[in-house]
Design a protein around this ligand. Structure first.
Ligand code: NAD
Ligand code: UD1
Length: 340
């Protein structure tokens, strides 16, 4: 199987390409808007693979048509490419709608013209659930108004894929709703590399401990949780990568067109305070922190009911939260050339 991975040089894409290229022939399409070309060599070094790279802006119809012309023999697509900064999406909504929606439309337009079957995996997010009515969150949880244009693009893209699958009998699709991906490959050669000041908890912690950022601010300790800090479902990025391969295999085995959604999380909630304590315990590094006010849009707790993925995709997470945090720190140390 030849698999097209859009956004394959990014954080989750690069980890998925490492796993994927052990079994399949892989073509990455990325415009490097939030990634670096060096990642390609790192993927190929880790996996001893020959992943092909096409520098393509997926917003550009002609470039996408060229991509499909050149690689008309693809049978799988994993669509990671998107802009993902929630705050930026509130400031620049049009950029987010344009990038995230047009990229998908251009790809699906090409898929429609293929005469062969395509197994299509889309990167969605637990953000589509908004404030959940029930915990843990199942896939049956109603979709509510998104907090941000970014979240809205995920809802819209899921709907576009679902409508396309109903009409295109060659299209078999899955939207994977990721909870909070963290950590890095055990080689520490690839990992999460946020542009500028990290907005997310784990990269802020590792950069703060590395001395690149100031003290961590805990965004509120007055939430309705046992220790007052927010609870999230943190999933090791290598486990998340594996879920994509399992999802592709599940679709390949399906005889007919289908469109399904799956939660990808560990099923376990961890508070910000528990993350701080686990990180300190497993790395021996102290995190300096202060308590600040709540961040707008944050909710008390989210964590996945992952039984559908466990039972249907034959997938299960293998890594503990400690292993994920340790790997995140190892990546930060390697990237900053910090020796201990
Ligand atoms: P990332 O920014 O590291 O990777 C995205 C990649 O897509 C980058 O390499 C970027 O250069 C590329 N890209 C963006 N727009 C493009 C375009 N128009 N044409 C070609 N390439 C383009 O992000 P990530 O964390 O790896 O996330 C991957 C996907 O997973 C995204 O769709 C994101 O919304 C989704 N997701 C991420 C998280 C998370 O916490 N990281 C959570 C839920 C869902
Ligand atoms: C993020 C995304 C969300 C996405 C989800 C899953 C944002 C604003 N939201 O949310 O769209 O669906 O990941 O990938 O990016 N925290 C601090 N101090 C910090 C940073 C974070 O206390 O400096 C806290 C937050 O308040 C939150 C927890 O840590 O309670 C996790 O934050 P973060 O890593 O940003 O993830 P989400 O809030 O789940």
């Amino acid at each position: 199987m030849k698999v097209l991975v859009t956004g394959g040089l990014g954080y989750i894409g690069s980890h998925t390409c490492v796993e994927l290229s052990k079994k399949y022939s892989v073509v990455i399409a990325d415009n490097l808007i939030n990634s670096e070309i060096e990642v390609l060599d790192r993927i190929n070094n880790i996996a001893h693979s020959k992943v092909i790279f096409e520098k393509i802006d997926l917003r550009n119809k002609k470039e996408v048509a060229f991509l499909f012309e050149k690689h008309g023999d693809i049978t799988g697509i994993i669509h990671f490419a998107a802009l993902k900064a929630v705050g930026e999406s509130i400031e620049k909504p049009l950029l987010y709608y344009e990038n995230n929606i047009n990229s998908l439309l251009n790809i699906l337009e090409q898929v429609q013209q293929l005469n062969s079957e395509i197994n299509f995996i889309f990167s969605s997010s637990c953000t589509v659930y908004g404030v959940p009515l029930n915990l843990p969150i199942t896939e049956e949880e109603p979709i509510k108004k998104a907090f941000s244009p970014y979240g809205e693009t995920k809802q819209i893209c899921e709907n576009i894929i679902s409508s396309s699958s109903k009409l295109n009998m060659n299209l078999k699709s899955i939207s994977l709703r990721y909870f909070n991906p963290i950590g890095a490959h055990e080689s520490a050669a690839i990992g999460e590399l946020p542009l500028g000041k990290p907005q997310n908890l784990i990269p802020y912690i590792t950069q703060s401990v590395a001395g690149v950022r100031g003290d961590l601010t805990i965004f509120g300790n007055d939430y309705n949780t046992p220790d007052g800090t927010c609870i999230r479902d943190y999933i090791h990025v290598v486990d998340l990568a594996d879920a994509h391969i399992k999802a592709l295999e599940y679709l390949s085995d399906k005889e007919f067109s289908t469109n399904e959604v799956f939660n990808i999380g560990t099923g376990k909630g961890t508070s910000v305070m528990e993350i701080i304590n686990s990180f300190q315990d497993c790395t021996g590094k102290k995190i300096n922190y202060k308590i600040g006010g709540r961040r707008k849009g944050d909710i008390d707790a989210t964590f996945a009911d992952n039984r559908k993925s466990l039972n249907t995709l034959s997938w299960s997470p293998r890594y503990s939260i400690e292993q994920a945090l340790e790997s995140a720190w190892n990546w930060e140390k390697n990237y900053r050339e910090i020796s201990e």
